[in-house]
Design a protein around this ligand. Structure first.
Ligand SMILES: Cc1cc2nc3c(=O)[nH]c(=O)nc-3n(C[C@H](O)[C@H](O)[C@H](O)COP(=O)(O)OP(=O)(O)OC[C@H]3O[C@@H](n4cnc5c(N)ncnc54)[C@H](O)[C@@H]3O)c2cc1C
Length: 481
């Protein structure tokens, strides 16, 4: 334990966004002065940020992992405000705020008013070349179909097939959802990922009618709201790593140890606090723990101490993806690139699952007269693509982009980031599994788990879960557990 018996040491394991948010919350609580605290953050790699990585090269700003976060989930934005860096947050470009979906190797704009799963505006939908007439008619059946089961969980795939038909799933829902979760919709839990659609069905029966009602209410609110509004997706002006740097900069000197993986965790004999064995052979103790490393890493650490828990952690699934940044001179690309990017349905059998036109999406990402395209490869629907070597990945991506947007010249340069088992998956029953993990943790000395497998997947969810985990451990310590 800490040298001063009253000071409680809380160790955060994992320095991605979840662990950073947890450590920051602990420091905020320490500053309130109610509990003397020592906070230690242990990160296995030599840098902080986990999946967040930004680089600069020849005037291009390259994101390896996330390039934006959503403001409808308020926690990342709230963290930026509390740290006084809200002015570094930048909205997406007003112009060209739309995306394409690939159909038979051609780009089709997502029809105006199409909201992830279903249309809300009939004319743009009716004239779209994205769906066949048969597919459109089947989607229209949503207007008359009865409600489905409201209890229990179901896959997003089953839900969309039932309400809107197979074509809606294969041609729109699957690629759009894959763009967020890199998941197989036939396994993805609707309740864990998009509960709003369940609520819409329960309330309005028809998704189309429910979303139209929601849009009208939003329109009315927007018209009567004169306050400053953030766009739905925002980023950090200097790249997502500046969010990591801002949090790290607020942690006390000496509290962060990088290159310091944890190998073993065990409750102290007598059940008060924890004993840690680090990868370099050192040992340390803690009064409480926030576990913010991936579930498979936590499982290894807890193998001897909590076998029931490790079995549950082993059930948490992850997909592997890679991102390819391709820098071009603008005239090397034929297409006007009048959108934020494109997504590719799995039925197209391409290596790419999507691509962002980064210089269109956000200003300042490429020098004047240049273009920056970021392709996503792999995911749960295309695991084979992750196994290709880098040269083959670039070759395939260039060939596929060539078909879709026309390339007159080679890129100025390309960079690849590999993210093995980095994107948590949320299979049917996921929320029950998380609840069971939380219940098992309650029987151990003060500990709580964060990380994208236990949050909702995006940066704001990770911030929220990290902060909540920190509060949970503090509560348990304050109660004298
Ligand atoms: C390519 C990609 C694109 C994405 N795009 C977006 C996006 O645009 N918007 C969005 O909101 N989200 C996006 N996400 C999701 C989001 O980035 C992640 O969910 C989030 O950053 C995960 O944070 P985390 O801290 O939970 O996990 P991680 O970032 O995986 O961090 C876990 C940390 O634990 C460390 N660790 C592992 N083992 C040990 C050990 N034994 N001891 C100590 N430390 C250990 C790891 O080194 C790592 O740093 C994207 C993810 C990826 C991979």
């Amino acid at each position: 334990m800490s040298e001063d018996a009253r000071t409680k040491r809380i160790v955060v394991i994992g320095g991605g966004m979840s662990g950073l948010a947890a450590a920051h919350k602990l420091i905020e609580r320490r500053q309130e002065g109610r509990l003397p605290l020592e906070v230690v953050l242990l990160e296995a790699q030599s840098r902080l940020g986990g999946s967040i990585e930004t680089a600069r090269r020849e005037g291009f700003l390259l994101e390896g992992g996330p390039d934006a976060f959503i403001t409808q989930k308020p926690w990342a934005m709230a963290l930026c405000r509390r740290m006084g860096i809200a002015e570094q947050v930048m909205p997406t470009n007003e112009k060209h705020r739309r995306a394409f979906i690939v159909r038979k190797r051609k780009l089709h704009p997502i029809p105006e008013g199409f909201m992830m799963l279903a249309p809300t505006r009939m004319w743009p939908f009716a004239f779209s070349g994205l769906f066949s007439w048969r597919g459109k008619m089947r989607m229209g059946l949503d207007l008359v179909l009865p409600r489905g089961p409201s209890e229990g969980d179901q896959s997003l795939g089953d839900f969309v097939r039932r309400r809107l038909g197979r074509e809606a799933l294969e041609r729109a829902a699957q690629p759009l959802v894959s763009g967020i979760y890199a998941s197989d919709p036939n396994r993805l839990s609707l309740r864990a990922t998009m509960p709003r659609f369940l609520e819409l069905e329960a309330k309005h029966r028809s998704l189309i009618l429910g979303m139209r009602a929601g849009q009208k209410a939003l329109g009315d609110r927007t018209r009567s709201d004169s306050g400053a509004r953030y766009s739905i997706f925002v980023t950090m002006r200097e790249g997502m790593a500046s969010l990591v740097d801002a949090v790290a900069g607020r942690l006390p000197a000496g509290s962060v140890r990088t290159g310091c993986g944890v190998n073993v965790l065990a409750p102290q004999p007598g059940g008060r606090g924890w004993r840690l064995e680090l990868a370099d052979g050192q040992r340390m103790t803690a009064d409480g723990l926030v576990l913010a490393a991936p579930a498979f890493a936590l499982s290894r650490m807890l193998k001897a101490a909590a076998p029931a828990l490790t079995a549950m952690l082993d059930e948490m699934q992850y997909a592997s993806t890679l991102t390819v940044n391709l820098a071009f001179r603008r005239e090397a690309i034929v297409h006007p690139l009048n959108a934020f990017g494109l997504v590719v349905p799995a039925v197209e059998k391409m290596a790419m699952i999507g691509a962002s036109f980064c210089h269109v999406k956000f200003p300042g990402r490429a020098p004047e007269g240049n273009a920056l395209i970021r392709a996503f490869v792999g995911g749960a629907m295309n695991p084979w693509a992750f196994d290709l070597d880098n040269a083959e990945v670039v070759r395939r991506v260039l060939a596929e982009l060539g078909d879709l947007i026309g390339l007159r010249d080679q890129p100025l340069f390309t960079t690849i980031h590999r993210w093995p088992r980095a994107m948590a998956q949320y299979p049917v029953g996921h929320l029950d599994r998380v609840a069971r993990v939380d219940a098992l943790l309650a029987s151990l000395p003060p500990v709580a788990v964060a990380g994208n497998a236990f949050a909702g997947g995006g940066v704001p969810d990770c911030v929220h879960r990290g902060e909540t985990a920190a509060e949970r451990v503090l509560d348990r310590i304050a109660k004298g557990e």
